[in-house]
Design a binder for this molecule. Sequence first.
Ligand code: IFM
Length: 439
Amino acid sequence: MSFGPGFLWGAATSSYQIEGAVAVDGRLPSIWDTFCATPGKIDGGDTGAVAADHYHRYPEDVAIMRSLGLGAYRFSVAWPRVQPLGSGAVEQRGLDFYRRLVDTVLDNGIQPWPTLYHWDLPQPLEDAGGWPERDTALRFAEYAQIVHEALGDRVTHWTTLNEPWCSAFLGYATGRHAPGRQDPAASVRAAHHLLLGHGLAARAMPGASVGITLNLTHVTPGTRSAADQDAARRIDGLQNRLFLDPVLLAEYPSDVVEDLARVTDFGFVQEDDLKTIAAPLDFLGVNYYSPMLVGHGTSTGPSAYVGSEHVTHLDGGRARTSIGWEIDARGLLDLLLRLDSDYPAIPLHVTENGAAFDDEVHDAARIAYLDGHVRACAEAVARGVRLRGYFAWSLLDNFEWSYGYAQRFGLVHVDYQTLERTIKDSAHWYAAVIRRGGL
Ligand code: IFM
C-alpha cells in the first residue's frame, strides 16, 4: 500500500503538553496554568509545569525526529510566550525560542508545521471575557501576524486553530477543560469567535499556506429509527458541520442553528463575519481518534450541555484504548470519504491520529491501532481522496489535559522522573512505514 512520493509523514505535539518551562523567558500564565492550579481539575493534580521539558530538550527531540525519518513536525506556538499578556508587548525571547526550534527542524530536513493556537489562551484575555468575547478574535489575529512576521521567511504551512470544538464546548460548556466554565450560551459565542479569529488570522498572514485543524468524527445512529437518526444528525451537526460549514461554505448549518435556539439566537454574528471565516484555505487538518454511535435517550456527553437533549452515546462493542475510546479505523475511512464528497475542493491532512495505551516501550497495541488507521488512509488515497499527509499523535508521551500524565500517546516514551526519552516499538514501526512510503 503505497502513498506516493509527495505524501507527508509527520508527528504532532502541542506547546503546553510538552514544553514545560512555564515561567521561563517572560512567559506568563495561560488558562491551562490556572486550571491546573485549581484543585480537583486534573487527575493526580498534574500540571504542565515541567511536562517533557521540550523547551530545553528540543535538540534531542529533533534528533529523534530525524532518526525516524519524519518529513514534518507539527507543533504549536504558545501565545503566552510570544505575547504574555495576550495583547500589546511582544516577548522577543519567546519568539527566539520558536525561531531556534524551526531552524533546528529545518536543518534536519524536516518541514515545520506550526499551529498558532492549541488551547493556551493568555490568562489576561480570559480575565477580559475569553473566547466568548469578540475582542479575543481580534487579539488572536494580531498575535498571528506577529508570529508570521517573525517566522514567515522559514515556515510555509500555518495552522490557525487546533480543535475549536474542544476550546468552545469543553472549555465553556462542560467545564472539563480550561477555563472550566459551564455556560452553554457562552460556549456557542466562543465557537463563533474562535472561527472569526481563524479567518482574521488567515487574512493577517499574506502569502502563507493556511489551514485549520478540526476534531472530526464519523457519526452513526444506533438503529434506523427516526429518533436515532435525528440524534446522529444533531451530533454530526455540533461536532462536524458547525465548524466545517462556516469555514468551507461560508454558512452555519441551519438545522444546527435551530437545535441551538434554546441556548442562543446567534445574534453575535455580525455582517461579513462568515465571509471572513471562509477566508481562502489551503488545507484542512483532520484529527480523528474514534467514531461515535448515538441514539435517542437520556443525554450524555458534551452535547447534553449545548442543546442536544435526548442524545445518548452508545457502546459500539469494539475494543477501546486505555483512555476509553473505541477503536475503529473504518470510521476514519468513512470520514475521509465523506469530507471528500461534501467539501470536495480542499486538500486534507490527517493532523492527529493515535492511541493511549498503558504498555510502555513494547507497544504492540499502538502499532495495531496505527497500522489500521494508516491502512484506512491508504484506502482513501486509492479511492481518490485528496489526502496529502498523516501526522501521528504524538511524538512524545505528554500532558494529556484533564487526564494529566496518566494517558500515554507517544511514539517515544518519556520517563517523567528523569525525562529520559526511549524510542517505542511503534516509533520503529512508523519509521519503517516512512522509509517504504507506505505499508
Ligand atoms: O492530546 C490531545 C491533543 O491535544 C488534541 N487532540 C486530541 C489529543 C488526544 O486527546
